[in-house]
Design a binder for this molecule. Structure first.
Ligand code: SF4
Length: 465
């Protein structure tokens, strides 16, 4: 099979993985030559680097052969799909070729399980090792790790990858047993725990190594031998090698990095009957126990020849979107997972975003006085993000904030004003619920706003009067 065909099969097979994805859109499809800039095709996806940059990654599987039979997966052993397998050298060559053509800035590599978890993981690690050590590749590498792989392989993976991830797959252990009986929640958690340990150890070791300023002998390892020119390095105890700049005090090399962009995981939403409350509970546990950088939510998409245990329809994409918003509230806004979904259904509202829904369900907490409220309370006001809360707090140190100031701060007034008191504004009746399913940042009407800050729904002016 030629490389193009393999690429078509293995890039398509990787598109279901949301751990690095430009998901959440269905509008910009340029496949078929209509327009440019598709976010729907496969092969190259957009992801965010630890410094916040959006980067393009070559997203492929090493192989879509798999000995497991996870019911929700298009690559399961019983699936009737075209199969292919890259060699390590082919993935390395493809990555370098795409990189040199400036098409990608990194690689996202996952794989079906062949022969054994260790055999598969060994191949995945060899790709990263070859790229780093043979070709001095400095781009971003995200490796999907196999839960049952040995600790030694996880350690090697972390040396070469920027980010590692292990899919938790289902929100609950029961869901995993039902849909992926060969997988084991404890093994997944064990591997996540090991990754966390290695990440923490590497950070601490690097922080303490970086902290040693060194005097005349500071930082020199016991047993090291430095030549009279100051250029010879080495240790006699097998410790970290010594790097010496002539004329400078010698210091030990910094300990190696281990997955500096941390670990992430992915959860499939809508394949089993887990509600949003249990999904968020699982996420909160994963963030707490394993210090995940991200939990990705992937709305289940029906696959060909699906098992009967699976739903026939995909869940609404907006549910995935609401889960990401709720996840954001847990990580950056001080919300506890239990309070985000607090009605009897166990599901997030689809018609309003979770923060707005929480505010509507807790009228006793509003209106919030923008000139008095502590930061934690300001963060609960719909329409106020972390950045705008910090700007508000900075502004009120100088003088009292007035209603007109909010417009100058470019806050979404229709969302904010029904929930706040500020000089020149006091809300009237109970805040209205937005009416648009999109989350309705601005669908409220009749805010009771004074001072002419908001005077009804905006209308588009005509060009000719
Ligand atoms: S182990 Fe991974 S690739 Fe294999 S069937 Fe399960 S989800 Fe699919």
């Amino acid at each position: 099979m030629d490389l193009d065909r393999k690429l078509a099969i293995l890039a398509d097979a990787a598109k279901y993985d949301a751990s690095c994805a430009s998901s959440g859109t269905d509008r910009r499809d340029s496949v078929g030559g209509a327009g440019i800039g598709s976010t729907e095709g496969m092969g190259i996806c957009h992801s965010y680097a630890p410094d916040g940059r959006c980067i393009s990654l070559l997203k492929i599987l090493l192989t879509n052969h798999c000995q497991y039979d996870c019911l929700y997966c298009v690559n399961r052993s019983s699936s009737n799909v075209a199969r292919a397998r890259f060699s390590v050298e082919e993935v390395v060559r493809l990555t370098l070729d795409f990189y040199r053509r400036n098409t990608i800035e990194g690689l996202f590599l996952s794989s079906g399980i062949i022969k054994s978890p260790d055999h598969t993981m060994e191949q995945v690690v060899r790709v990263a090792q070859t790229l780093r050590e043979v070709h001095d590749f400095r781009g971003y590498i995200h490796l999907k790790t196999i839960p049952d792989a040995s600790d030694e392989l996880l350690r090697r993976a972390g040396r070469y990858a920027d980010r590692l991830s292990i899919n938790v797959e289902m929100p609950t252990e029961a869901g995993l047993k039902q849909l992926a009986p060969e997988k084991d929640t404890s093994a997944i958690h064990r591997s996540m725990g090991r990754l966390r340990l290695h990440i923490d150890e590497a950070r601490e070791a690097r922080a303490s190594a970086g902290g040693s300023t060194g005097g005349s002998t500071g930082g020199l390892s016991v047993g090291s031998t430095v030549g009279s020119t100051g250029a010879t390095t080495g240790t006699t105890t097998g410790e970290a090698p010594i790097r010496v700049i002539p004329g400078a005090a010698p210091r030990p090399a910094r300990p190696p990095r281990f997955a500096p962009a941390g670990q992430s995981t992915q959860m499939i939403v809508g394949a089993d009957d887990s509600d949003d409350r249990s999904i968020l509970r699982s996420s909160a546990a994963l963030y707490g126990r394993f210090r995940m950088r991200r939990v990705y939510y992937s709305a289940f998409s029906p696959i060909p020849d699906a098992a009967r245990a699976l739903p026939l329809k995909a869940p609404p994409l907006v549910r995935e979107h609401r889960l990401y918003q709720a996840d954001w509230l847990m990580r950056f806004y001080g919300f506890d997972h239990e309070e985000i979904v607090d009605d009897g259904t166990g599901l997030l509202r689809l018609d309003v975003d979770p923060k707005h829904a929480w505010a509507l369900a807790h009228p006793e907490r509003f209106p919030v006085d923008l000139n008095q409220a502590p930061r934690e309370l300001l963060l609960r006001v719909p329409g106020l993000g972390v950045g705008s809360v910090d700007r508000l707090i900075a502004a009120r140190r100088l003088r009292r904030v007035r209603a007109e100031d909010l417009r100058h701060m470019k806050l979404p007034l229709r969302r904010v004003l029904p929930f706040v008191i500020v000089d020149g504004h006091r809300p009237g009746a109970a805040p209205p619920a937005p009416t648009r399913a999109s989350g309705a940042a601005d669908a409220g009407t009749g805010t009771g706003v004074v001072g002419g800050v908001v005077a009804g729904a905006p209308t588009q002016l005509g060009l000719f009067g």
